[in-house]
Design a protein around this ligand. Structure first.
Ligand code: G3P
Length: 221
């Protein structure tokens, strides 16, 4: 499974990229709005840091506006993926932009049918928002279950990019289902690597070692 970070914060991206954990990055207008600086420069820095796809989202809601933004975003770096919302004009724009050879990530997907339409329109990535479905009392992971089956049934090329992940359990469930990519906030990646027994076990190893060194001066490494 590929792991993407769902953030526009370069310091976080760099931290986890240095551990070899970052296959790509997704941003959205809300995430970029949390940062300082010029949008294009923020995206350019992320694209330079990460050796993988970086999603940058359009803010127009009409076909021509989205296509024009997509062309502009694609010029920032070769690894830019243009994020387009799952609205009728967005599907039209997805078709136009993808036929220009610019990869598209269709975002704000909340049903398997929407995902199916996005794939048909030419999306390279489909982003179902599972956490936001959970928030309104639906089972977000059901959309992933359905899309994994549909992708397999028809050999769809579009990657299922599980988004709006709220905790490590979401990543685990998506991995068990066979979704290709999970994009997560940095704190979820941090939580995935933590276990209290790891910390307690390491503390005991080091305590035992330091005690033994005091008691037996001949013990060295
Ligand atoms: O980037 C899209 C998605 O992951 C947003 O997640 O937590 O705002 O629902 P969230």
């Amino acid at each position: 499974m590929k792991f993407y970070l769902d953030t526009a914060n370069l310091a976080s991206i760099r931290k986890y990229n240095q551990m070899g954990l970052v296959d790509g990055v997704t941003t959205n207008p809300s995430l970029v709005a949390k940062e300082q600086g010029v949008f294009e420069e923020i995206i350019a820095s992320i694209c330079k840091e990460v050796n993988g796809p970086v999603s940058a989202e359009v803010v127009s809601t009409d076909h021509d506006g989205m296509v024009s933004e997509a062309k502009h975003l694609a010029k920032i770096a070769p690894n830019v993926v243009v994020k387009i919302p799952m609205i009728p004009e967005g599907l039209r724009a997805t078709r136009t932009v993808s036929s220009m050879g610019i990869p598209v990530n269709v975002t704000l997907v909340f049903s398997a049918n929407q995902g199916l339409l996005a794939a048909k329109a030419g999306a390279s990535y489909i982003s179902p928002f599972i956490g936001r479905l959970d928030d309104i009392g639906q089972r977000g992971m059901e959309v992933i279950e359905d899309l994994v089956v549909i992708k397999r049934n028809y050999g769809l090329k579009a990657e299922i990019l599980v988004a709006s992940i709220r905790g490590p359990q979401h990543v685990l469930e998506a991995a068990k289902l066979g979704a290709g990519i999970a994009t997560m906030p940095p704190d979820v990646m941090e939580k995935m690597m933590m276990h209290p027994l790891t910390d307690a076990g390491l503390k005991k190893f080091l305590d035992d070692w330091n005690r033994a060194k005091k008691e037996k001066p001949s013990l060295t490494v």
